[in-house]
Design a protein around this ligand. Structure first.
Ligand code: ADP
Length: 399
């Protein structure tokens, strides 16, 4: 059930548990999970999207062998309660965070520093933007922030109506929106002698008080290395986030990286997969030289039961691109090819939001109007009437 707190109804902007839509999870001895998901209406156009998200999250739990979703429909009373919750969130303008409900949130984490976590974050962000996506990048690596330089974005963060406005840059058809501690301090080498609590506050601001654009497809978070307070805080603040774990081929790195996966799981985050970086060097005669050993990524992936998304070679173009603010993935080097294929795998996982002439949004509007104008009883009648209309629509569709 905790995993279901990570699945957000994109229209209502709240998670399935909060809305009372996920219920009765049962786990059988052979690892089959059965869960009931009640939709606002059985013909909900978001059903496929919710189904995929529910399955992906449950299947990521070690020991789960099969997921069976039993579909149901909320009763009129339950619908009213769900709408009231959604309405409350809208009125507070503070769902869990200020991140749009349709945005896929990916935390890029690593067991230790220097394995290329920021490099992978920035290159995946640039690759997705080049594909035409709108990509937010949150640099939560407060001590070691390097995202602004790596993405070639600079400037001072502005605030608008009390919210931080990210600094944007277009890439191909897409866009990068970046927030980083680097925009708040003058010099990149300024020593940030911040204490844990203050760091947590800074990260919380980045989660809650950034004016992310509504059209954001992805939000990539460059996490600080390891499993400290900031990481735990972020995992708790963003139950809908999914994790990508970056490691190197060195088997010694595997143990610390596994701890990160463990932290994610303890907070019910789904691990999307592992990226092995600095995997090999391509010699002038085309051979793959395993500079840092071999097998770390594969071993980690199998240990934590997540796929190995890709192996990125050592490539001078990567370091150079990061220094120049032009991520190497936008070029055509050996690492670019592998980074692009990881980005592609991510975008294939992401179901784009459906066009919503939708169920719940329409019902929410109707319920809000009804509640404003009528007493609660009349509002229930209005919902019932809509229900019948919906059924008729479905019949029309089927015909
Ligand atoms: P982290 O965020 O894990 O601390 P960085 O992304 O800052 O690590 O990378 C550390 C250094 O290694 C940087 O100088 C970066 O340019 C370099 N680097 C990372 N990945 C590669 C790669 N595949 N090929 C060449 N250099 C790399």
């Amino acid at each position: 059930m905790e995993l279901m707190r990570g699945v957000v109804d994109p229209e209502l902007g709240s998670n399935l548990v909060e809305l009372g839509m996920a219920r009765g999870a049962q786990v059988s001895g052979d690892g089959e999970v059965r869960i009931e998901i009640a939709l606002t209406t059985s013909g909900c156009p978001l059903r496929a999207q919710i189904q995929r998200d529910v399955k992906a999250r449950l299947e990521s739990l070690p020991g789960v062998t099969k997921v069976r979703i039993v579909w149901a429909e909320l009763t009129a009373e339950e619908k009213t309660a769900a709408m009231a919750k959604a309405r409350f969130n809208v009125s507070q303008r503070a769902p869990d965070t200020a991140i749009p409900p349709t945005t896929k949130v990916l935390m890029v984490a690593s067991g230790k520093g220097g394995v290329g976590k920021s490099t992978v974050t920035t290159n995946l962000a640039a690759a997705l933007a080049e594909e035409g996506f709108k990509v937010g990048v949150m640099d939560a690596d407060i001590w070691g922030y390097s995202v602004p330089r790596m993405l070639g974005v600079d400037g001072d963060l502005r605030s608008l109506e009390g919210k931080i406005v990210p600094i944007s840059r277009t890439v191909g058809e897409g866009r990068l929106d970046v927030v980083s501690m680097g925009f708040l301090v003058d010099r990149e080498d300024s020593a940030l002698m911040w204490r844990g609590l203050m760091l947590n506050r800074a990260v919380q601001h980045f989660c809650e008080d950034v004016r992310w654009n509504d059209d954001l497809d992805y939000l990539l978070i460059d996490m600080p290395p390891g499993t400290g307070d900031v990481q735990m805080g972020l995992a708790k603040m963003l139950p809908r986030a999914e994790m990508i774990i970056v490691t190197t081929p060195t088997v010694a790195a595997q143990k610390v990286a596994a701890r990160v996966a463990d932290m994610g799981r303890k907070n019910y985050l789904r691990v999307v997969g592992v990226v092995e970086n600095m995997s090999y060097l391509v010699t002038p005669d085309g051979e793959h030289q395993a500079v840092f050993g071999a097998g770390g990524g594969e071993a980690l992936a199998s240990e934590i039961g997540a796929p190995l998304l890709g192996c990125i070679p050592l490539d001078p173009a990567v370091a150079e691109g990061s220094d120049l603010g032009e991520p190497a993935v936008l070029g055509s080097g050996v690492a670019a090819k592998e980074l692009k294929s990881v980005a592609l795998a991510l975008s294939e996982e992401h179901v784009p939001p459906v066009e919503m002439a939708g169920c719940s949004a329409r019902m929410l509007d109707a319920a809000v109007a009804a509640l404003d104008a009528l007493d609660a009883l009349d509002a229930l009648d209005a919902l019932d009437a809509l229900d019948t209309e919906d059924d008729e629509d479905n019949e029309d569709d089927e015909a």
